[in-house]
Design a binder for this molecule. Structure first.
Ligand code: PMP
Length: 431
């Protein structure tokens, strides 16, 4: 039987044009697909669980804009909300009622949050949360985990995951040595290293993705998040949980609700803006009122709390009831079990790791507990599997160091087609 092929003539032509005017042909590195050894696919439109590319090929999409699209592409209520907001004016640089409503929705969901400050990207939210943590503690040093990504903040671009892991850049040129001098890096899921680092350094903050998803999905070992909380309390550091991916996704109140661990400050994004640029940092009143103009810690943004983003975010959050989370959890479990079985049938050793709404297939015979484990995966085989999926109408995150984002639009039909394609792709790659 001949293997399927992908007609990507139009994408290729667009990529050639793009390379002339966009560095690497893209506006963010991972979408260039270099980690899986092919050229990027240019997207024309999205519908529910699917995207359609510039050549007219359809794919079941598991990137879903890297997380914001928890209801899938072009959900009618989200599109209508954005359209209505746009008709009233796209930006004012003055407060609007919607910002208050969105903040109230966030406060209602997160037990650790009384106040919210919106930004336009997760990077900005991380940067600003760290500024606030430093101001509140009068300390400078930040502890982060290897393989965790918190946006392209200078001081956090050390052993970061996502595109940096994908491209093997240990830290970026252009980052001043002084910026990373105040960053301490500890392996994820290593209690001894954490203990030693929190004893050796006076920390302003421990910053963590509670379910790290930028080295692939590597959940915390039993007790590890509780240990972060305990070490922060014992040393006077703030626990800053980056829920840009997990917030409003793994549970109504994010990873904090699911794991039962409370953050001092929470970084949010993605689902919060429903696919329009929005992010936030949030926490208790006593900390948040340090932010200008209530307090002395400066942070601002021309488009912060943008009406289109607020409308998309509100429409997105209001569709997320208990039933939605139950469905997303069931969909993710079905997908994970099916991918596991498909790999087993082809004799390929993988680790399928999932929490509701997130999943990674690690090409590894051993469980992946940390960044070193993720780096040790068979990335060539993973890349071949991703290319084989694309040919069969499934669009996976094109890197071993990312998570799949199933959405509420991924119905039985989408999952069945995915699993059939996955089985054929495993068979093509072989054991
Ligand atoms: N934190 C986490 C956990 C992320 O996954 C990301 C982006 N993928 C960011 C922060 C940065 O967000 P943004 O890309 O909106 O700047």
């Amino acid at each position: 039987m001949s293997e399927p092929t992908l007609n990507d003539a139009r994408s290729s032509a667009l990529y050639a044009e793009a390379l002339r005017v966009l560095p690497g042909g893209v506006n963010s590195p991972v979408r260039a697909m270099r980690a899986i050894g092919r050229d990027p696919i240019f997207v024309a439109r999205g519908e529910g669980p699917e995207i359609v590319d510039a050549d007219g090929n359809r794919y079941v999409d598991y990137v879903c804009s890297w997380g914001p699209l928890i209801h899938g592409h072009a959900h009618p209520q989200v599109v209508a909300a954005v359209g209505e907001a746009a008709a009233r004016g796209t930006s004012f640089g003055a407060p609007t009622a919607g910002e208050v409503e969105l903040a109230e929705e966030v406060v209602a969901r997160f037990a650790s949050v009384e106040m919210v400050r919106m930004t336009s990207s997760g990077t900005e939210a991380s940067m600003s949360a760290l500024r606030l943590a430093r101001a509140a503690t009068g300390r400078e040093t930040i502890l982060k985990f290897s393989g965790a990504y918190h946006g392209h903040v200078d001081g956090l671009l050390a052993e970061a995951g996502s595109g940096l892991a994908t491209q093997g850049i240990p830290a970026s040129p252009g980052v001043p040595a002084a910026a990373t001098a105040a960053t301490v890096i500890v392996p994820w899921n290593d209690p001894d290293a954490l203990l030693a680092a929190t004893e050796a350094h006076e920390l302003a903050a421990i910053v963590a993705e509670p379910y790290p998803a930028n080295m692939g999905l590597v959940p915390p070992a039993d007790g590890f998040l509780e240990l972060l909380r305990a070490r922060a309390d014992a040393t006077g550091a703030l626990l800053v949980l980056d829920e840009v991916i997990t917030g409003f996704r793994v549970a109504r109140g994010g990873a904090q609700e699911r794991a039962g661990v409370r953050a001092d400050l929470t970084i949010m994004g993605k689902v919060l803006g429903g696919g329009v640029p929005a992010a936030a940092y949030a926490g208790p009143r006593a900390l948040m009122e340090r932010i200008a103009p209530a307090g002395d810690v400066y942070q601002a943004g021309t488009l912060s709390g943008n009406p289109l983003a607020v409308a998309a975010g509100l429409a997105t959050l209001r569709l997320l009831d208990d039933d939605a989370y139950a469905r997303l959890g069931a969909t993710t479990e079905r997908l994970a079990a099916g991918l596991h079985d498909a790999a087993a049938s082809a004799g390929r050793a993988v680790q399928v790791v999932s929490v509701p709404g997130l999943l990674t297939v690690f090409f590894s015979a051993d469980p992946v507990r940390d960044y070193a484990g993720a780096v040790a995966c068979d990335r060539d085989a993973h890349a071949a599997w991703c290319r084989a999926l694309l040919k069969r109408g499934v669009y996976p995150p094109p890197s071993q160091f990312e998570a799949w984002f199933p959405s509420l639009a991924h119905d039985d039909d989408a999952i069945e087609r995915t699993l059939a394609a996955a089985a054929a792709a495993f068979a093509e790659v072989g054991p």
